[in-house]
Write a protein that binds this ligand. Sequence first.
Ligand SMILES: Cc1cc2nc3c(=O)[nH]c(=O)nc-3n(C[C@H](O)[C@H](O)[C@H](O)COP(=O)(O)OP(=O)(O)OC[C@H]3O[C@@H](n4cnc5c(N)ncnc54)[C@H](O)[C@@H]3O)c2cc1C
Length: 473
Amino acid sequence: MGELRGFLKYQQKVSGYRDVEERLKDYREVIMRLPRHELTEQAARCMDCGTPFCHSFGCTLANLIPEWNDAVYRGLWDEAYDRLELTSNFPEITGRICPAPCESSCTLSINDAPVSIKEIELAIIEHAFSQDWVVPQIPRQESGKKVAVVGSGPAGLAASQQLRRMGHQVTVYEKDSAPGGILRFGIPEFKLEKAVIDRRLNIFQQEGIEFETNVVVGEDLSARYLKRTHDAVVLTLGCRVPRPVPVPGSQSDGVYFALDYLTQATKSLYGELSPQEIVSAKDKTVLVLGGGDTGADCVGTANRQGAKKVYQFEIMPKPNKWDKTWNPEWPYYPKIFRSSSSHHEGCERRWQIKTKKLYGRGVSIEKGIFCEIQWTKDPSDRPQQQEIPGTEFTLDIDMVLIAAGFVQVEPSKLLKDFNLQLNERGTISIDENFHTNTEGVFAAGDAVSGASLVVKAMNQGRSLADKVNEYLG
Ligand SMILES: Cc1cc2nc3c(=O)[nH]c(=O)nc-3n(C[C@H](O)[C@H](O)[C@H](O)COP(=O)(O)OP(=O)(O)OC[C@H]3O[C@@H](n4cnc5c(N)ncnc54)[C@H](O)[C@@H]3O)c2cc1C
């Protein structure tokens, strides 16, 4: 695999991001790419470790990482693509936005910087597209069976492509105006340009997958009708109920949930909403509540809209700083302090901050009262927050974006009409075959696992497809 002792000869190299000043003026992708010859060197760092944790532990999809690294090192890009597409339906998306747990578990990262797996993945698939190697895979035989997939996020897309390739007729129903789920309307353009999704959807359509958008299943189409007209129904609805920050004033004008804000921002970029119809951060002091990735996406979007100042407050402690290249928690994804590209664009971040009250003179938000907290444990070892006396402070703010995570699937007529059982986490209960409690109805993705990652949703969609295929006989 790679070059014998290549990991001793070559240092890790990553391409990084476009210049902050330049990228803040547009919504184009912030990531850059390494030139081909440098990728060959990076692939050469793969060290034939024997037990490739990247493939077997880090990557949910079990991507054949050492094999594509070796092919790239030897200049066999077509072979690298053949191996990549065996396990992934849209590596051009994970190659851009996956947090790359594979790199955390790379054996090199026990005491050195890992192989730049994500960069190599993206280079392989972009090269494959440029060479027209990415072509529709039309099934050799039609099964005569019909499957409805409700929801077109990564779980629904992966499931639909796998099922179609097995010969089933697949229709994807989506309530939004375009397919993609959070890929389309949650993740901002500067992380994932929507043309990347459309290029892939074009292949899906050529394979014979049908998309019906602007259809709310349960409202525009009844659950009964769907069940009657299809041999199996797949629910990949996502997990979209946001966790509130229940403080006085959180219902005020000027307080919004992150996903609503991000959706509007992308829709306005594509002319689906006019600038007057969206909530904009222009000339505003913005506070993002929640220190995770969704919050970071809000930071990047607010800065591009021309926010005056952006704060991001998190209630949990600041993770430990780690400035070494290796992984202190190998092979796990380490809990260390991270900054996204958006944080480098301008943002004041604070941790262990509790929001006590949001208020304004009229109905609109103008100020917030906050304090610092410390975390302790109660007698039964449960975490407990304690306000630190004398740390209360007031901040002038014009807009608050709540990015505190997601708690459950959206209650809907669809869930009710299918009589679906939810578990204690508020997601859809399934058995080991992805089957819900209703005959012929399957579920996967965030709707089952709770808010997670694209790679996990894709993997669930693929595994579900195998089980639906078995069910259909
Ligand atoms: C802002 C944000 C940024 C993120 N960034 C990243 C990232 O960088 N990397 C990463 O790996 N993960 C990221 N994630 C997580 C990732 O996007 C999700 O885990 C993933 O999209 C879940 O896929 P899914 O297919 O289960 O659901 P979703 O992507 O939520 O798709 C569900 C779809 O079902 C549709 N739907 C629901 N009900 C109905 C109905 N009744 N009728 C018709 N359609 C319906 C919805 O409209 C939606 O399109 C991010 C999440 C958010 C919120």
